[in-house]
Design a binder for this molecule. Structure first.
Ligand code: G4P
Length: 534
């Protein structure tokens, strides 16, 4: 029943064309703007318009929930594809703002590299740190774009120092800003020894940025003596004291190439995109219980990294997002669903192009496809052809927010539990049981605020249950392990302990101080942030 009717050379050529990455940033750094500009280069959207029109055009990215709410339609686009200079670019969305969740983290497992977007005035912010940590854990290459140079910014050398101090990554600037804010003059391209000239109040169309080559006379004429001297001094410093460009270190995620620009003005974006696409890795192997799976392994395989429910009760379909890891995917093909041992036919694969989603006929490693999910998929599921195997378990992320949940109407008890079970199965939320309080109550654990909203919405929309939620003041969950006596001592103390679905003890703490205090007081107990580490 093999559907491999595409020859292996074709698959290899398609793999070589693909780049799959996620943009990581803190809200407001300009991810929507940058994504929009990238899509624009790929011709995936028409001219995004002037700055003024932007708010209404945010559909370029997957601020899906807001949009779904507003329009009552599904515009799910957790992954978007566009073609640029013969390269198929897959951008994975990592939701920011309040909709930060485990999904955000899991999505990163589907990326082969990450673009870290930083606001030049703010530097490394909280959410960037968290997302960076996940990328670091996976050892993927990280490329940095420092944005908003058209505004008053921090000293670029300080920003690089911060990357090192806060994130522990060394950097290698590929270009360098000349001035900033009102005095932003442009960027100096270190590889080409030329300056791209910034024009104030100007939206830079593709291919129309003035470039001045690096001879002194031309540059002094363009920049004036002061800025010429300044940039030359900076560059000399970088040449002498900075880290040299080193592809091997970039690939290991030890060194990040840094680019500067102003996304909103479309300045520095194309330079970044062009260079990034030459440096970013093609689809990389994924680990499985049968060893690493190379993209050019001829049989199809992939795994589900995200399931998205339609927030509109009128459309109850769900989409399972699959990262293709090897082989060739063809619409209608039969694959094994390894967890259940069933063979399933993938008849309505979808791919996302900016605002649109389309049924696709075929796809290759590195691509992300959306599968219609009548409730058969779970996060982490492997689909494959040939001998079955399973991709490595999804990394687990400890929840950071907790709330007790009950059904408002006690008569709806059954539906409530059915809904809770199903959503837990799906991997959308974590559920714990209170322990030692005399009554069994459910505690919901989530990574991001929006998950509460999604949980509440789905229980109502899909199970007809209104819920009551009582927020709890905890921020840290740690699975505990130790001798029976030590655990008993810990539990009977003043500590708050709940049990997870498998009956393992989880201690909850309000802050880091509480956690530290407990680990010092109970040195024989191990506190781990994931049950997989027990
Ligand atoms: P996000 O997705 O990372 O949250 O950020 P988003 O792109 O929405 O950008 C956040 C704000 O920063 C927006 O302003 C956007 O216009 C602005 N911005 C993005 N890139 C640049 C840049 O290069 N320079 C400057 N000066 N601003 C930039 P806003 O006022 O919140 O929204 P809007 O009214 O412009 O849409």
């Amino acid at each position: 029943m093999s559907t491999i009717n595409v020859n292996e050379n074709k698959i290899k050529a398609e793999i070589a064309k693909r780049r799959t990455f996620a943009i990581i940033s803190h809200p407001d750094a300009g991810k929507t703007t940058l994504t929009e500009k990238l899509l624009l280069f790929g011709g995936a959207i028409r001219l995004a318009g002037t700055v003024k029109g932007r708010k209404s055009q945010r559909t370029a990215t997957s601020d899906w929930m807001e949009i779904e709410k507003q329009r009552g339609i599904s515009v799910t686009s957790s992954a978007m594809q566009f073609e640029y200079n013969g390269i198929k670019v897959n951008i994975l969305d990592t939701p920011g703002h309040q909709d930060f969740s485990e999904d955000t983290y899991r999505t990163l497992t589907a990326a082969d590299s990450a673009v870290m977007l930083i606001d030049a005035a703010k530097g490394v912010e909280e959410q960037t740190k968290k997302l960076f940590a996940v990328c670091r854990m996976r050892g993927i290459p990280i490329f940095t774009f420092i944005n908003k140079l058209d505004r008053e910014s921090r000293d670029p050398l300080d920003l690089l120092q911060e990357l090192e101090d806060v994130l522990g990554i060394r950097s290698c600037p590929m270009n360098w800003p000349i001035g900033m804010g009102q005095d932003f003059k442009g960027i100096y391209n270190r590889e080409k020894n030329e300056v791209e000239v910034y024009q104030h109040g100007h939206y830079h169309e593709k291919d129309e940025i003035e470039v001045v080559d690096g001879n002194q006379e031309a540059l002094v004429r363009q920049l004036g003596e002061y800025y010429y001297d300044k940039v030359m001094e900076d560059i000399e410093l970088l040449d002498v004291a900075g880290d040299p460009f080193d592809m091997e270190r970039i690939q290991k995620g030890e060194l990040t190439p840094v680019f500067f620009g102003s996304a909103i003005n479309n300045f520095g974006v194309q330079t970044f995109l062009d260079r990034f696409l030459t440096l970013a890795p093609v689809p990389t192997p994924r680990k499985s219980d049968a060893g690493p799976v190379n993209p050019d392994f001829p049989e199809f395989s992939g795994y589900v990294f995200k399931i998205q429910a339609n927030m509109n009760p009128a459309h109850r379909d769900r989409i399972a997002f699959l990262r293709i890891c090897s082989g060739y995917f063809e619409r209608g093909m039969a694959v094994q669903h390894v967890r259940t041992g069933k063979t399933i036919k993938l008849s309505q694969p979808q791919q996302f192009f900016a605002q649109d989603r389309q049924i696709i006929e075929d796809a290759y490693p590195g691509d992300i496809i959306g599968l219609y999910d009548p409730g058969i998929f779970q996060i982490g599921d492997t689909l494959c052809q040939g001998s079955p195997f399973t991709f490595d378990e999804m990394p687990y992320f400890a929840p950071e927010r907790f709330a007790k949940v009950t059904a408002k109407d006690a008569m709806k008890y059954k539906q409530f539990h059915k809904g809770v079970d199903q959503l837990t199965e799906e991997g959308a939320i974590q559920i714990y049981h209170t322990y030692g309080t005399g009554i069994d109550e459910l505690v919901l654990g989530v990574v991001g605020e929006l998950q509460y909203e999604v949980f509440e919405h789905r229980l109502k929309a899909e199970y007809g249950v209104d819920i009551l939620m009582q927020r709890l003041p905890y921020e840290y969950a740690r699975w505990i392990d130790g001798s029976k006596e030590d655990l008993q001592k810990f539990i009977s103390g003043t500590n708050v302990v709940v049990k997870d679905k498998k009956g393992r003890f989880v201690a909850l703490f309000q802050n880091e101080f509480g956690l530290r205090w407990a680990s010092e007081k109970y040195p024989d107990i191990r506190f781990v942030d994931s049950p997989t580490k027990l």
